[in-house]
Each structure stands twice: as C-alpha cells, then as structure tokens.
Design a binder for this molecule. Structure first.
Ligand SMILES: [Zn+2]
Ligand SMILES: [Zn+2]
Ligand SMILES: [Zn+2]
Length: 363
C-alpha cells in the first residue's frame, strides 16, 4: 500500500473524461491564501416562522407541483420557482444580429423542498428520506421530459450554505429543464463516446474498475524488477452494494467526490427503487464523511445523466450517469479565472484517505 510519506505534489492533471479540463494540483503552502478564513455559518434552525418553505407556510410558496406523501404532513414538496431563470417562450426579444447569436430562454425552473425541517443537512436526513427525495426527483425529471420534447436536458442541482450560492436558507434543490445540452455535459458525452468507439468500453466503468483495483505493480519487462507500485484503490471514498463514491484523480475542488452506479446505467431514469435506496445510503455516508472532515460542509452537487433527443440514443453504452459533489472550501483566484485551470491545494489521494478514515456511527 502507499508507504511513502505525503510529499508536496505539483502537477497538472488531465481530466480523463474531459481532457480539455485540467487541474493544477499544488499542495505547496503558498497556494493556500485563497482558502477562506472561516465559512459563513449556515442556518441550522429546525423551524422559522417567516420561511415560506417551512411547515405550515405552504400558502406562501409558488404553486405546488408535487407533494410527498400526498396526505398528512409532507416530507418533500416540489414548487415552481418564484424567480425562474428560464420560462415560457412568450417574452423573447429577437434583437440579435451578426455574430450575436441567442436562443430563446425557454425552459422550466422548479424548486424541490428537500425536507420539511428548515436547516437540516443531507447527512442528517434518514436514508429512507433521501431515497424518497431521489425518487421524487426522478419522477419529476421524467414528467418534464414527457411534457415537452424540446427539453433536451434536465439538470438537478443543490446549493447548500451561503458559500455555495444558496439564496434561501431552507434546504432545497433545484431543477432546471433546458432546451440545450450544456457544454460540460456535451463534452462528457462526446469524449466518452469517442472512448467507447476506440475501446468498446464505457470510460466511467473503466474508471470504476481502476478504482476497485487495489494495487497494481508494474514490473520491468526484462529484469523483472518492480518499476512502480500504484495504489489505485486509494480513490474509493465509500462503497455500497450498487453505488460507489470516488475521489476523482483530477479533482477540481479539494473535497470533490463523485457517486456512480457500479453497474452501467446511462440514464438516471433507469435507476430502480433498490438502486435509489443504495444511492441514498452511499450519499448519506459520503456526506457524513465530508461533514466530519470539513466541518459544516457547504457544497453544490448536481446530477449528470444522458440527455434526451435522437443524437443521444447511441450513447446508452458509452455514457454513465453520476452525481458530482463539490464542497466549497476556497474561492477561485485570478489565476483560475485567467487560465481556466482549476487549482486544488490538497492531493486527491490524501483527501480520499482522510475521508475514508472517518469513523461513521453504526447504521
Ligand atoms: Zn424553512
Ligand atoms: Zn459505464
Ligand atoms: Zn459529470
């Protein structure tokens, strides 16, 4: 296993799935001033009288789309967004010309009230509740795709804590249904498809296989001497029966973790109840680890799944859906904005080791 002491890492790592996205891993101290002094405190109250998302204030939210359970006290609600970034296609200006191209800002923007309790964090929710939450998300995404075939991609994301851009303190996620496929997802789709055409294998499955290979020894072909011993299993953070949480080799953020189904699935909509139950368990354990290590983690997470439309039908074997969790522990610097290169000051191997080392209470 890894036996050498942790030494300063300074290397540019290429994201294996999106090679144009590289990360500078620089653990030297001088890269650290960009760390935030202290995270802005998050709201941990159970109930807030004037919060429109709290129990009893249901009449203060925009129209309700879904409620679980349907009767009695609700656990999860989906409502329209009061300030949608996308809406119906009635109010579009057509004032572009020449190189200035624009597309209608058509789409849907909805809010998932993740829990009736105001300031509860994901790792504090029960696994059963999380499974319900993932199920409600899946149902709603399916409804949106069925509703309008112009919608190409439905993004579910969560901003948790003021440092992660959450404007409402009450725990919630958002769903944005887009008429276009965002470029970062398109890059993943294209590159994984190219990899598939070359290797007849899903690149995400290959990365999972690598993560599950605990030790690789490379021998010299002639002398038989050990050239290098690589501990590949070092990227596993959490493993369930059906899901795995991995610290990406080229992590953009210090504590970034991705969760993927172990069995190949291109579309989140294909996950069944048993899948969602295991996803919930792996999610809860992963978030508990992150919270224990970072302390009051503030984060964004988002769901990447195969987009809709004819041109994506042939990506069923090559694309693999996943959740990307990106805790916010630092602010991008001018170097990052100017170079487009993410800077990560903690080596992903060391971060994964710390996360694995957390002792979780028995379930
Ligand atoms: Zn609230
Ligand atoms: Zn796969
Ligand atoms: Zn992704």
């Amino acid at each position: 296993m890894a036996d050498k002491p942790e030494q300063a890492v300074r290397e540019i790592r290429i994201n294996p799935i999106v090679p144009t996205e590289s990360v500078l891993i620089a653990t030297a101290r001088n890269m650290r001033p960009r760390q935030q002094e202290a995270p802005a405190p998050r709201d941990t109250r159970h109930h807030v009288d004037r919060c429109p998302f709290c129990l009893g204030n249901e009449d203060q939210t925009p129209p309700e789309i879904m409620r679980l359970p349907a009767t009695g006290e609700w656990a999860i609600r989906i409502v329209e967004n009061l300030f949608p970034v996308l809406g119906d296609d009635s109010s579009q200006s057509k004032l572009t010309f020449g190189l200035q191209q624009a597309m209608d800002g058509y789409g849907r923007h909805e809010v998932i009230i993740d829990h009736s309790q105001h300031g509860i964090a994901i790792h504090e929710m029960s696994a059963d509740h999380l499974a319900q939450l993932f199920g409600a998300t899946q149902t709603r995404i399916g409804q949106l795709y069925d509703m309008d075939e112009r919608l190409k991609f439905v993004l579910m994301f969560k901003n948790f804590g003021p440092d992660a851009g959450a404007s409402m303190a009450h725990t919630h996620s958002q769903i944005i249904a887009l008429p276009v496929v965002p470029q970062n997802l398109q890059d993943e789709v294209n590159n994984s498809h190219q990899y598939y055409e070359k290797h007849a294998q899903c690149i995400f499955c290959t990365l999972i296989d690598e993560a599950l290979t605990f030790e690789t020894t490379i021998y010299d072909r002639e002398s038989g001497k050990i050239v290098r011993r690589i501990n590949v299993g070092q990227y596993v953070v959490e493993r369930g029966e059906r899901f795995i949480a991995i610290k990406p080799f080229a992590s953009r953020y210090e504590w970034e973790v991705h969760i993927l189904p172990l069995q190949h699935q291109s579309d989140y909509q294909a996950a069944d109840a048993a899948d969602l139950a295991d996803l919930a368990r792996v999610m809860k354990r992963t978030m508990s680890r992150l919270d224990a290590v970072i302390g009051g983690a503030q984060y964004n997470y988002f769901l990447h799944s195969r987009p809709r439309g004819k041109s994506y039908d042939n990506c069923q074997a090559s694309y693999h859906w996943h959740l990307e969790i990106c805790p916010r522990t630092s602010i991008p610097s001018g170097f990052e904005l100017g170079s487009g290169l993410f800077v990560n000051t903690i080596s992903p191997e060391a971060a994964a080791e710390q996360l694995r080392a957390v002792k979780l209470p028995p379930e």
